[in-house]
Write a protein that binds this ligand. Structure first.
Ligand SMILES: Cc1ncc(C[n+]2csc(CCOP(=O)(O)OP(=O)(O)O)c2C)c(N)n1
Ligand code: SF4
Length: 344
């Protein structure tokens, strides 16, 4: 008689709710952070990432409250130090997917040095930088992305600092995945976060995020419905760089610079630049990342290349050394060499 085997129990596909914690969300009503949280929860559900494999690490700031709201592992750490702590988490637990959630102040001011080295080392971390061009938590002082001349509580007669461009910074550090999204474009943000999650190596995502209390409308000059199509260009790998309401404008190279051209006036699609996110040479991506009032602002994936990861190289080095020299003995090491006894 044929034996019947019972079908293996099916685990239901997770939903966004599975990734929501029971904590009350304490961001101001209308804050752009809500959108980032919602898209992240959707992406985790869509990719069915097991909750016990996920860790969110943050520094200090409104954005850094993020780990409380995810029903996963998480650390709310110290100002600017999330990349360092996340590096430790990832190196000690290579199976985990580790996200760093940071703000423009947290990640680029006090944490700028840590961010730089994490990016250049290609630690397999996913970094989301909430850029609201202000310090939100401390009630509206200038941040490293605030525009020149900005009036804030810390700059009552105008900021005299030139702002940093987070995407240009990440590209200059040779980050292997660099992208940009907008809080008000949820579908596009999901695509970008999914790509970041799937990237092997450091993934840096800048999100234009509105702080409606201390810097309301900071991105309106790009994102307002009436002008959005003319001010923003979506980068798509392998596609010509077109933009505009009727997709009738494009970008091409003129010498070492980018220029906007109108299609149809002696200019055809074949004259336009074609986006290649896999180009090892990040020069064009860097050109695209530069702020220029004459050019549209790119969103999407600027760069996605494959390099060995820091955590992978570290493990390989330790494994190789251990196979040659055997397992180490920390106690023996500490008690070896010259020692002193400090008397009373
Ligand atoms: C060592 C240290 N210095 C300064 C502060 C004060 N502080 C708290 S959050 C913050 C900046 C937060 O700005 P940002 O990273 O842009 O985050 P947002 O609140 O806008 O999300 C500062 C300066 C601190 N908590 N610790
Ligand atoms: S202060 Fe700004 S960034 Fe912070 S929660 Fe409120 S709206 Fe959001």
């Amino acid at each position: 008689m044929a034996t019947m085997t019972a079908p293996a129990p099916q685990t239901p596909k997770p939903t966004r709710k599975d990734y929501e914690s029971d904590q009350e969300v304490r961001w101001c009503p209308g804050c752009g952070d809500y959108s980032i949280l919602a898209q992240m929860q959707r992406v985790c559900a869509d990719l069915a990432i097991p909750r016990e494999k996920l860790v969110f690490v943050s520094g200090i700031g409104c954005s850094s409250r993020f780990p409380y709201y995810m029903n996963t592992y998480g650390f709310h750490t110290i100002h600017g130090r999330a990349p360092a702590i996340a590096t430790g988490v990832k190196c000690a637990n290579p199976d985990l997917m580790v996200w760093v959630m940071t703000g423009d102040g947290d990640g680029l001011s006090i944490g700028g040095n840590h961010m730089l080295h994490t990016l250049r080392r290609n630690v397999d971390l996913k970094i989301v930088l909430f850029n609201n061009r202000i310090y939100g938590l401390t009630k509206g002082q200038t941040s490293p992305t605030s525009e020149m001349g900005k009036i804030t509580k810390s700059t009552p007669i105008g900021s005299i600092e030139h702002p940093i461009q987070p995407v240009a910074f990440a590209l200059a550090a040779e980050a292997t995945f660099v992208a940009r999204a907008i809080d008000g474009e949820p579908q596009h943000m999901q695509e970008v976060l999914k790509r970041a999650a799937q990237h092997k190596g450091v993934a840096f995502v800048e999100v234009f995020q509105n702080c409606n209390i201390f810097n309301d409308g900071a991105w309106e000059y790009l994102t307002a419905r009436e002008i959005r199509d003319d001010r923003i260009i979506e980068l798509r790998h392998g596609q010509p760089m077109k933009f505009g309401k009727n997709l009738d404008k494009g970008l091409r190279l003129k010498g070492f610079r980018l220029e906007v051209v109108q299609l149809g006036q002696g200019v055809s699609e074949s004259d336009l630049l074609v986006h290649d996110e896999t180009d090892e040479d990040a020069s064009l991506a860097f050109l695209l990342s530069r702020e220029n009032p004459d050019l549209p602002v790119p969103i999407g994936v600027f760069r996605s290349v494959s390099h060995p990861t820091y955590d992978g190289l570290m493990k390989a080095q330790i494994d190789d050394y251990t196979s040659k020299r055997g397992k180490g003995d920390l106690r023996k090491l500490i008690h070896s060499g010259q020692r002193w006894t400090v008397g009373a």
